[in-house]
Write a protein that binds this ligand. Sequence first.
Ligand code: ADP
Ligand code: MG
Length: 344
Amino acid sequence: SSSVTLKNVAKTFTTPAGEMAFAVKDVNLAVEPGQLVTLLGPSGCGKTTTLRMLAGFETPSSGDIFIGPQKVTTVPPNKRDVGMVFQSYALFPHLSVYDNIAYGLAIKKVPKEQLASRVKKVLQLMHLDELQDRFPAQLSGGQQQRVALARSVVTEPRVLLFDEPLSNLDAKLREYMRDELRKLQQSLGITSLYVTHDQSEALAISDMVVIMNKGSVQQIGTPRDIYLQPQNRFVADFMGKANFLSAKVKEWRGTEAAIEWAGGVIRVETKRRMSEGQQVDCVVRPEFWTLDPSGEFEGRVLRTTYLGTHVEYEISIGSDIVTMYDYQHHVNGVSPQGERVRLR
Ligand code: ADP
Ligand code: MG
């Protein structure tokens, strides 16, 4: 397994009107051997274009791509030793599961016995042994995606690339496959780049997450970093529900700050440099609020939504409206619209 490095990689296209447009702008990224790194961002932000440049289907307009120490910027796809899994499974319809998986090895002219033992090993690993004689049309979506995965790992590529591989599956199966895929990737230790627009999928499977918007990298970090220490408003907003509170710094001590808001004080962990009295945007995640009769913020319930795992409240506090999640509603009950509540 190899490292993957992107150095100042950009890709421009000419629009039908004849203007130059960036699909990807100045991307710098270093993926360590064996890591799974996710490219996450809204539709059109440049995820697929980045992956296609890694695979060799597109050539960067500028910048360089390395796999391990080897510069591969202009190396053709079949010479890169990279495996790719797509949203559409792209299985050969006229080949059995076994032959679909064996295909890549046959092309590489791997000797017969070795081919058979490697296919058998992957069939077992992916729990596909009993399906090996079936054709793709005789498989469910989840089974087809398992075959596509098996086919991509059997050649033991240096790098695996995934472009939204689970988006055709229903929610339950998607979660199951997500965990299976992560387990497989870790057990094989293959460096992987994974594209998704689904925040929870990215948080669940990644060593590192790369947040992209309009072709540019917004932040690179661990899932925890991205969720709890967003570097800008776009990241905070994209990674889940966020209350943006216009507030004032009361005190700043390196990694901790006390922020004045709505007559109370919010204590936050921060990596930002601040000064006393400075106006700031403070981001509070909905699950950080707690309903508490002795809480320092008083508000009024505007709306409640029952969501099973939690109740979503909209509460007016001072001149702001905040969203709060109550995961203890089975104990607390639900406060009706109009009720005065206290939060901490
Ligand atoms: P994502 O996968 O994040 O949805 P893409 O990488 O597919 O985004 O696309 C990024 C941008 O580049 C989009 O604005 C898209 O329209 C544009 N783009 C992608 N491929 C081409 C192409 N072959 N020609 C022109 N524009 C393209
Ligand atoms: Mg895409």
